[in-house]
Design a protein around this ligand. Structure first.
Ligand code: ZN
Length: 410
């Protein structure tokens, strides 16, 4: 609020400055991350009261930017199922929970809309077994980079595009997703029950962890460049000081996946992995605010380039190259990426491979593999990387609401 007071004050004396310059400001990024990643918000755990405070904060920012809401509220609630006994997999106690995505629309009277998103939830107090801390319980996981940084990015871009001096040729839909850390829940739910026709979405830009730009390497990762034939030539046409590392796949461990699976071109921006990832030490002191501003200005350049193109054509990509992540084994199953419950649902089983030999069938929901609790596809991938060929392990699945245990040999 302090900053807004200053802007209005400045407006009285420097009107041209305030109206013309709509650049992304380091101080705004800092202020928003500071609030979202403060201890007061207790790590923004999905469905927590503090996550709701974050949602209302984002909604207020959307309102100040002049965005429109659908159905009289920027908050759009969804429900999901959660096992309330995460520490005892022998008791499957599934309960319905509610959480909110935050959605704001910039209507430029175009038939086509660009979606800009980021998840705003994080790991809360470390109760959901997603933390990589040795002793996570009751420690605040502030998630400054993951993903207060991306959320601040959405707020900044909403302000930038809505206060621009000209009317862009496309509408913009800004969404801050909940439940990403529990398995892309918010983005999946929004795509199942969207506020606009999905076929009218030009493309989706996702920002997840954009606050740790390394000033010496300038490395910036962009995932999803194969999801439209236009992305690579478009990126090539922009001069940038970043050292870009691109990946073609539309499927990755963040919310762009939900849109890609609806045949929408996507790009995911990421300043790279670090040792504080999913730990209580992912704090604001380590954020590179100026670096984030540079990333956002680059994203603006990319978006403005697309004004010269008609609606982008979608293309399917190969699945992520799991070999790169060091998988030495396969179970021979196809994960169901659209499943929104807890665990990893098997969408298909290949005959003669370990899962089929162990007795697993399509529809089984894997909740534990070896010693690892499996909450979602990402956990499953992580668990799988622990094994090598010839290893035998136990696997727990839910089949028709019944817990079943198998031995599986890779
Ligand atoms: Zn994240």
């Amino acid at each position: 609020m302090k900053n807004n007071t200053f802007s209005c004050f400045a407006l009285l004396f420097l009107p041209s400055f305030c109206l013309v310059s709509q650049n992304i400001k380091v101080n705004n990024i800092k202020e928003n991350i500071q609030f979202l990643a403060s201890d007061k918000l207790k790590g923004r755990g999905t469905s927590s009261p503090e996550e709701l405070i974050a949602a209302n904060y984002i909604a207020e920012k959307f309102k100040l930017s002049g965005l429109k809401s659908f159905n009289d509220s920027f908050l759009k609630s969804f429900s999901y199922k959660k096992n309330l006994n995460p520490h005892d997999t022998s008791v499957v106690n599934i309960a319905e929970q509610k959480a909110n995505n935050v959605v704001g629309f910039l209507d430029n009277n175009s038939p086509i809309t660009i979606v800009i998103g980021a998840h705003y939830d994080h790991l809360g107090l470390g109760h959901d077994k997603n933390s990589l801390d040795a002793n996570p319980e009751n420690k605040i996981h502030n998630g400054a980079d993951d993903n207060a940084s991306g959320t601040a990015g959405v707020i900044a871009l909403a302000n930038y595009f809505s206060k621009n001096k000209f009317v862009e040729p496309f509408n913009f839909l800004f969404i801050c997703f909940s439940g990403e850390e529990l398995g892309l829940l918010g983005s999946k739910k929004w795509c199942e029950n969207p506020d606009i026709d999905l076929s009218k979405i030009n493309y989706m830009i996702n920002m997840d962890m954009i606050g740790r730009l390394n000033d010496s390497t300038k490395k910036l990762l962009i995932y999803g460049v194969g999801t439209s034939p236009s992305w690579v030539p478009l990126l090539d046409s922009i001069k940038t000081g970043f050292s870009l590392k691109t990946d073609s796949s539309g499927i990755g461990p963040s919310d762009q996946t939900s849109f890609y699976l609806k045949d929408i071109p996507v790009l995911h921006f990421f300043t790279g992995q670090h040792s504080d990832y999913h730990k209580p030490s992912d704090d604001i002191e380590k954020i590179n605010f100026k670096g984030e501003v540079d990333v956002l200005n680059y994203i603006i350049q990319i978006i403005e380039k697309t004004y010269n193109y008609p609606k982008l054509i979608f293309s399917k990509t190969r699945n992520p190259d799991t070999g790169r992540k060091g998988f030495k084994v396969t179970m021979g199953v196809m994960p169901d990426y659209t499943y929104d419950g807890e665990g990893m649902r098997i969408d298909g089983v290949t005959d003669g491979k370990p899962a089929s030999k162990a007795g697993l069938i399509k529809g089984d929901v894997v909740i534990k593999l070896g010693d690892t609790e499996v909450k979602n596809v990402q956990d499953y991938m992580k668990a799988l990387s622990n094994f090598k060929k010839g290893d035998t392990t136990n696997i727990e699945v839910v089949r028709n609401e019944e817990l079943k245990k198998f031995n599986l040999t890779f």
